[in-house]
Write a protein that binds this ligand. Sequence first.
Ligand code: BGC
Length: 800
Amino acid sequence: MTYNHKIKVSIVAVAVSVVLAGTIAGCNTDSSTTTVKDDAYYKSLAESLIAKMTVDEKLNMLVGPGMTNANVANLKSDTAGVAGYINGVLNTTSGLDIPASKLADGPAGIRITSTRSDTAGTFYTTGFPVGTLLASTWNPEIVKEVGAAAGNEAKEYGIDFWLAPGMNIQRNPLNGRNFEYYSEDPLVTGEMAAAMVSGAQSEGIATTIKHFAANNSETNRMNVNNIISPRALREIYLRGFQYAVENAQPWALMSSYNKINGTYTSQRADLLTNVLRDEWGFKGLVMSDWFAGDNALSQVTAGNDLIQPGATNFVTGEVPLTVLKTAYANKTLSDDIINRDATHILTQALKTPSNQKYVFSNNPDLNAHAALAKQAAEEGMVLLKNASALPIDSTSGTVAAFGIAQLTTRKGGTGSGDVNTAYIKNIIDGLSGQFTVDSTLKTTYADWYSANKTQQWDAFHMNYTWACSEPDASALSTTEINTAAAADSIAVISISRIAGEGADRSADKGDYLLTDAESTLIDNVSTAFHAQGKKVVVVLNVGGIVDTTAWKDKVDGILLAYMPGQEAGDAITDLLSGVTNPSGKLAQTIPASYADVPSATSFNGVDTNSDGTVDTNYYNEDIYVGYRYYNTFDKPVAYPFGFGLSYTTFGYTNSAVSDNTLNSKGAKGSVTLTTTITNTGNVAGKEVAEVYISAPEVNLKKPTIELKSFAKTNKLDAGATQQLTFTIPAEQLASFDEANNQWVIEPGVYKAYISPSSDVSSTDPVTFTVNSKVVVSNTSSGALALPDGVTESSFITVSK
Ligand code: BGC
């Protein structure tokens, strides 16, 4: 079903068509038949409507009406479980009839309430794989399809603004919300977010990229002050947002809870106006995160157009609407600011379904979307290890399924990123569907689970998932394990973790490290199965990475399944059986140990005022986040960024620089590279090829390598080849010169490694030369500066 942006006869359109007639280029005066896709049209429409609005109506548009529907202005129909609204206007004097808009979370699918008291019907939505897994597909096309499917569900359930995608950088593996985000790398982050935005917005739904910016931890998230160098902000934490804005124009953006360099992001004009709008050309609306910041007047003045959810800020006690009305009365809030922000909001709201009078069905195609969720999950899971253990031949022997995670399979994380799905396919369901599974073990686990499962509440104590310990020795004895090893052909051990909004993870046993029970299980199962000459495979069903160093040598195969959405069990099984050949690759590094993470000692902040809560987070590793650190400082890792195995093998030949226009076209130039990928194995598969650039250091220090492009092949049959082309625009190649507020490409010889992962040690680079410095763009002078009295040398500990 497509949505063609047709403006049907609406009171709004009719009311303004007279005003607009003849004034907008290319605009048909008959608004009942005009197909309008032009942003300029909606901006003019918004301006003409705002000209008729009272100040109170405008201020009401700048502040949400709260999280319930009790006070929403001109709500035409509600959708239970939305996160917030944008007030509309209904005024018989002016004739204005602008419907309110509805806002719903979140990155893994549309989060609404699935049942309602007034009807027997259900309103389930599809639980797609979490952001990290989607990024691990390295395939923007499938991410775009997921975006379109989620956008369609939003549209068919009456939603206007989708509060997704989440796209903060995975600075540290312990951030509780990493699962919602894409990667430690800004290019992967930006490309995935842009794909998601394009997909959803093709359905006529606004996306809201979030949380802008540097929202990289959850502890004291509403107050924490992140101290970050302007260069690290530009190159790492803002870069993905910039990519998404410039390439996909999201209709909305959510500022974050945290402060950057002393000021709440929602109150920083340099961030929200100078950088976002003036430099990058953002045309959408900016909304706050829920109850963020401490000063409504500075928010709307800085360019945080919309304060959400409105009503009373439970943290500060401020009532934003009252604050703005008082400020207007005493002339500290001008008509210009009000009109500017209201125009930003209304221009976007007018494009969305409620204002377009879209009649929603409450009946999206959940079956088709479930199939897509499964396909995306299979494309993103990462095969980390395979010592001739996989794929499992479903026609020979039985599978011994161990680990309570076969029953506590996690489709996604908790908090606003959770989705109310009709079901989740557990791992044991998937295995049982394709293999003969050991029935004794299956019963052991089922009995233990029903006797021992407990409710595990999220950080806000609002929702729970079922959790359960591993069966103890009385339930699963060594004898039973030995019996299984004798009878079954392979062991599959599932291990899961939950994580979510409002809390960070810990580096301890049970979270980053395995529990003692999990370690013992791996030991006992491996000993028993290896004694019989049989293999052991571990499936990791986790939102963020866990330690693998302590146990990876004890097992024969590891599948990093992440949180794969509602089709988890079937998708995992398709990869284990070889129905689908794995083609996901890591969008984050798995370090050798948590202590090796460059922010291990600074995450998640320090308690400077000794009130018992961390308040200041020094980004001590500067630009050396993730593989930028491990590669530059020669730190061995467990699995490098960009790594992932397949059931086939691939060869890279004829890597070359096919074009370089940087010297002739400067800031408008680009470099083009090509390589030929050959499937050198025996089964069909897809390969991700990654381009890492090693740039010369003239005045600026540089990470040893940085990802500047990537591409995924089609499914190649054994022996088949495909040529891949990578174009790197000047903008993508540039580094941020903080002293001069410029993006620059320094002169010299650049090495390009076209490689299967960020371990480029066995790849011969190709080179290209930049003859003289290229200034790619100038930026706002002094934007995002460190607070007074803080210098980079006082907190940056990682440096060459
Ligand atoms: C989260 C946002 C979410 C919002 C509305 C906030 O607590 O940080 O990601 O969109 O709530 O639910």
